[in-house]
Design a binder for this molecule. Structure first.
Ligand code: NAD
Length: 249
């Protein structure tokens, strides 16, 4: 399998869930992969399980200097970038009446500012005809209680991606987003909610998905491979829902 042969991919949030599954698939497809994450220990653990040509870089995407350093380390090692996958994100819920500036800043710094700064740093190094990919979400198309700021952050990212698509078109760089529905990843355990509430919420999500279940990280990784590969050479500016139909009916 060599759909990404000689391609260099930088993936944020690559030590867990969707990012990790994508890193594994990209490596299987012969890409050189820069796996980035916030926690050094988690990256080290993950590195032990991987095979192929890769490096790991510790970077907190909410910090401008870390985004700069991520791109510097990636390009110092591999010389260029072909695929930039902005995947890191958080989804802590809060009722609208309890939203604080801190909650807003935390989510927007990671989910919106991080990708925007990383892209600014990366653009001079992204090859013409390269590709930029976002993990967005279907949340900005619906209205899930408690997820107002998270949904707003993903809506902001979608708007940003449209402008970016236009601004990089002369270089043949394709910009696409994936909008997952509920996917079985560690993100739900990081929401700061009691386990029984998470389980109840999970049941509710699964019931509302036409396919009746959560998706897997691997199912999102398959979409991330498709959109990054030449198979999607005429697909540009889209947001691809990978959600078992949740956003459509
Ligand atoms: P996850 O928690 O397994 O992965 C999130 C990754 O982002 C982790 O590697 C985490 O370390 C990283 N991250 C968080 N804050 C960071 C920071 N400040 N700096 C660097 N890295 C940071 O969850 P996941 O479900 O794989 O999430 C990946 C993306 O998918 C997120 O953008 C999330 O919003 C999106 N998403 C997930 C679902 C779902 O149901 N799981 C649905 C829609 C969208």
């Amino acid at each position: 399998m060599n759909k990404l042969k000689d391609k260099v991919a930088v993936i944020t949030g690559a030590n867990s869930g969707i990012g990790l599954a994508t890193a594994k698939l990209y490596l299987k497809e012969d890409a050189k992969v820069v796996l980035s994450g916030r926690r050094k220990e988690a990256l080290e653990e993950v590195a032990k399980t991987l095979e192929g040509d890769f490096i790991t870089v510790v970077a907190d995407v909410s910090k401008d200097e870390d985004n700069k350093s991520l791109i510097e380390q990636a390009t110092n090692h591999y010389g260029k970038i072909d695929i930039l996958f902005l995947n890191a994100g958080i989804a802590p819920p809060t009722p609208t009446t309890e939203v604080t500036a801190e909650h807003y800043n935390q989510i927007f710094d990671i989910n919106v500012k991080g990708p925007i700064i990383a892209i600014k740093e990366a653009l001079p190094h992204i090859n013409d005809n390269g590709t930029i990919l976002f993990t967005n979400s279907i949340v900005h198309q619906k209205g899930f209680d408690g997820l107002s700021i998270y949904s707003a952050s993903k809506g902001a990212l979608r708007a940003y991606a449209r402008v970016l698509t236009s601004e990089v078109k002369s270089r043949g760089i394709r910009v696409n987003s994936i909008a997952p529905g509920p996917i079985d990843t560690p993100i739900y355990g990081k929401m700061g909610l009691p386990q029984d509430v998470v389980e109840e919420m999970g049941k509710g999500f699964a019931e509302s998905v036409p396919l009746g279940r959560f998706g897997t990280s691997e199912e999102i990784a398959n979409a991330a491979l498709f959109l990054a590969s030449d198979d999607a050479s005429y697909i540009n500016g889209v947001e691809l829902e990978v959600d078992g139909g949740l956003s459509q009916i």
